[in-house]
Design a protein around this ligand. Structure first.
Ligand SMILES: C[S@@+](CC[C@H](N)C(=O)[O-])C[C@H]1O[C@@H](n2cnc3c(N)ncnc32)[C@H](O)[C@@H]1O
Length: 237
């Protein structure tokens, strides 16, 4: 995949300002309501996307001791898989905006006794950490963000140079007869998940990272996985 170096932005090291934008604020608030509502029912769909989520995380080639950021972690559906790879010496930070999701994610952490997993309630677009991460994952979360491009800029800022991001998301069918169903699919996504039609996650990934490669598609192309990265020391390893 050709990197879009023309539009690749290098975000500043300073944490981003909270967007002063009514549309942004309204979408974020609706995310809180929608995802709080689903937080106690999410277990029903947790397994549906497990194969593509785990296969994409495997592409990060995580190692023992790595520090990983899980963006829009929900109730912590990726934690066990990531924790298995980074071991007790690594560090995992999950960020989610919904208090209900955060509560469930923390319950999961407590239940397993994972001392090296932190869950923070925050907007992933503006969240800051004292340290930088070796890798990040964002599964089914960027498409619902108020502004996926800004979120991706923040994720890039929080990664060490060369640190990869694995993303899984959904989109309207890109080709074939299923495209006829796109208006219905889109309306369903918006109702069910507060999906944001202004986000083009893959395009934003290509604009923000030097490289963003589509690695898998499923369900007539409506589900997809990509791995994005900036140039950096990890390339040389
Ligand atoms: C479809 S769920 C995905 C959960 C999980 N990552 C998965 O793979 O199943 C989307 C999650 O993104 C979270 N979210 C939405 N907007 C957010 C934001 N601005 N900052 C952090 N999390 C956000 C929601 O609260 C919700 O838990």
């Amino acid at each position: 995949m050709e990197p879009d170096s023309q539009s690749a932005r290098v975000p500043s090291e300073a944490p981003p300002d909270v967007p002063n934008d009514r549309r942004y604020a309204a979408h974020l608030e609706r995310n809180r309501r929608v995802w709080d509502r689903w937080s106690d029912w999410y277990g029903m769909s947790e397994r549906d996307f497990e194969p593509i989520r785990e296969a994409t995380i495997d592409r990060l080639e995580l190692e023992e001791g790595d520090r990983v950021l899980d963006v829009g972690c929900g109730p912590g559906v990726n934690f066990e898989h990531i924790r298995h790879k980074i071991g007790t010496e690594g560090r995992l930070a999950g960020v989610d905006y919904s208090p209900g999701m955060v509560e469930n994610a923390r319950e999961r952490v407590d239940r397993h006794g994972w001392a090296n997993v932190e869950v923070r309630r925050a907007d992933a677009t503006t969240v800051d950490f004292d340290e930088r991460f070796d890798a990040a994952v964002a599964t089914l979360s960027l498409g619902v963000m108020p502004d996926a491009r800004r979120t991706l800029e923040n994720v890039r800022r929080l990664l060490v140079p060369g640190g990869p991001l694995a993303l899984v998301d959904v989109r309207p069918a890109p080709s074939g007869p299923v495209r006829l169903l796109n208006p219905v699919i889109w309306r369903f996504f918006r109702w069910y998940a507060n999906w944001n039609p202004d986000n083009d996650v893959l395009e934003s990934g290509r604009a923000v990272f030097e490289e963003c490669e589509l690695v898998e598609t499923a369900v007539a192309g409506t589900a997809y996985a990509a791995v994005c990265r900036t140039a950096g020391p990890r390339d040389a390893e």
